[in-house]
Design a protein around this ligand. Structure first.
Ligand code: GLN
Length: 537
């Protein structure tokens, strides 16, 4: 296509308006036209990456194949576009400053005074452009976290202003705002949008396209008014109404010709509107599946926040669609789970997913859930810490090692069925030092996991410090829990399962990160299928 085109997505009025979904939808629509697209997120906080953030603060930590701990919006980008992102796709203010300060210490700036403008802004611009220059994408979509008007956003806005000036029509800004409905007045209000556009303009940026989030349909007149007040073309004011699923948003944007407007503004041929066939088929299947009663899956974890298990929820929901059922994820707080209430908590659940996590809090409840599910043969999926819990439970109650534990929970346990890796022992720096990113795994032919994947060699993403202790492998296998997935290089256990049960599998890796709308993850597909069969019995 020639020069890379840059689309910046900013947000105003309020946070949580769905910039990630709008960015993903724009990406999807351009990709459907044959362009090579990637999406990048800038987060204006000082942490180097979200790896050390509490999930209550920032939702789940997503992991890229190259082992970067990233913002959960990267999960949306991958699920929508079916692409793989990398470390270059998520940059924080902390990383920008660190890079500038490292350069200063090395003497790269030749004695200059280091300032926000130009040094920080140049570093931001370099990180935007490197996706275009180095990886040669046709479109780089850059989502700016936070809200216009935040102090933290200013260097990013200044960088966008400069890039717009330098790149001309090769760079545009899509600004997402919110149009509230005042029930008492019975009116939709555009003033917050006008103010937020003014805020952008005062940073020297004229948005090219406005996407208005709203709970009610916006009239043509209202959009005209916004266009007039904000110096934006009428056809460049698009509404984004609450949709039954986020996966509808690309269709809703296409209906309003958002992609055509972008192409026109960037001087590219508009051509025919792509059909989005597979995407539409997915949505149709989903609508049909929703007509049936929901399939209830328990998600046992301690983080009582939707976003804390974002990728798991999405992977389950996608697997539901492909199994023609809607999956209802019922959060079961492991901190409240006891021997006395577990039967009640899991009684109507077709499957149990024991979630990932860190630290001791909520572990007893996870072990109780694992035991109940094993003894009642409910399809069970343990992910990362969840896998470690099903191994600990098995050691305690089947192998009879009452004090079996992970060294994470009990550093002095005599039966360390889950132990810390040798190379992890001396690590004192918590950021970015876990076993991270994609590693190979070889599956045992004939195992349920291997059947689900339909192949023996797989690669999955990791994020953990602790591992199954190979000294216990034989004892586990002799008692019925098989180690069916092994890393060929390190010999570390990646997958355990109990073949005698309907579906009882634990993975040390995180399969949820690689489940996408058009390529749902085989283990999730197989787990949901087993849950449906279990429900029918
Ligand atoms: N806390 C465990 C470990 O570090 C599991 C991590 C996880 O579930 N992602 O090994």
């Amino acid at each position: 296509m020639g020069e890379t085109k840059y689309i910046f997505v900013t947000g105003g009025v309020a946070s949580s308006l769905g910039k990630g979904i709008i960015s993903s939808s724009i990406g999807k629509l351009l990709q459907a036209r044959g362009y090579n697209v990637t999406i990048q997120k800038f987060d204006p906080y000082i942490n180097i990456d979200p790896g050390t953030l509490n999930p209550y603060e920032h939702g789940e930590c997503y992991v890229t194949v190259d082992g970067h701990e990233a913002d959960l919006d990267l999960g949306h980008y991958e699920r929508f576009l079916g692409i793989q992102t990398t470390k270059a796709n998520n940059i924080t203010t902390g990383r920008i400053y660190k890079s500038v300060i490292d350069k200063e210490r090395r003497g790269d700036y030749l004695g200059k005074t280091i300032q926000v403008i130009p040094h920080i802004t140049d570093e931001i611009k370099r990180n935007v452009k490197q996706l275009g220059n180095k990886y040669k994408f046709d479109f780089v979509i850059t989502e700016i976290g936070g809200t216009v008007g935040d102090i933290e956003s200013l260097p990013y806005l200044e960088s966008i202003r400069q890039l717009k000036w330098e790149l001309g029509r090769d760079a545009i800004v899509v600004h997402l705002t919110y149009v509230p409905y005042l029930a008492a007045a019975g009116e939709l209000k555009t003033k917050p949008t006008q103010h937020s556009v003014k805020e952008l303009q005062s940073a020297g940026i004229q948005p090219d396209i406005l996407v208005l989030r709203a709970e009610h349909q916006l009239s043509v007149n209202l959009r005209k008014k916004v266009a007039q007040f904000c110096n934006v073309d009428e056809d460049a004011v698009v509404q984004s109404i609450d949709a039954p699923t986020i996966y509808e948003v690309p269709i809703l944007m296409q209906e309003q010709k958002l992609d055509a407007t972008i192409l026109k503004k960037m001087g590219l041929p508009v051509g025919d509107t792509p059909g989005l066939g597979p995407w539409r088929s997915f949505l149709e299947r989903r609508h049909k599946a929703e007509q049936k009663p929901a399939l209830h899956i328990a998600l046992v974890g301690k983080y009582d926040l939707q976003d804390a298990y974002k990728s798991i929820r999405e992977a389950l929901s996608q697997a539901g669609t492909y199994n023609d059922r809607k999956v209802e994820v019922d959060f079961v707080n492991s901190e409240k789970l006891t021997e006395d209430n577990v039967a009640e908590a899991l009684k109507d659940k077709a499957g149990v997913l024991i979630g990932p996590g860190f630290g001791e809090r909520g572990i007893p409840g996870k072990l109780i859930a694992a035991k109940y599910a094993r003894e009642h043969d409910i399809p069970t999926f343990g992910i990362c810490l969840g896998m470690q819990c099903i191994a600990i439970e098995f050691a305690r109650n089947v192998l009879g090692l009452a004090d079996a534990n992970s060294r994470e929970m009990d550093a002095k346990t005599p039966h360390n069925v889950i132990d810390i890796m040798e190379e992890q022992k001396s690590i004192t720096n918590m950021g970015g030092t876990m076993r991270l990113g994609a590693y190979e795994c070889v599956l045992r032919p004939g195992s349920k996991a291997c059947e689900a994947y339909g192949k023996e060699h797989i690669q999955e993403r990791h994020r953990h410090r602790y591992e199954f202790n190979n000294q216990y492998r034989e004892a586990f296998e002799a008692a019925g829990m098989q180690c069916v997935g092994i890393n060929p290089e390190s010999d570390l256990v990646e997958v355990v399962e109990i073949p005698a049960l309907k579906w009882y599998i634990g993975t040390q890796f995180h399969p949820e990160y690689s489940s996408t709308v058009l390529h749902p993850h085989p283990l999730f597909l197989s787990f949901v299928k087993a849950a449906i069969e279990n429900e029918a019995k």
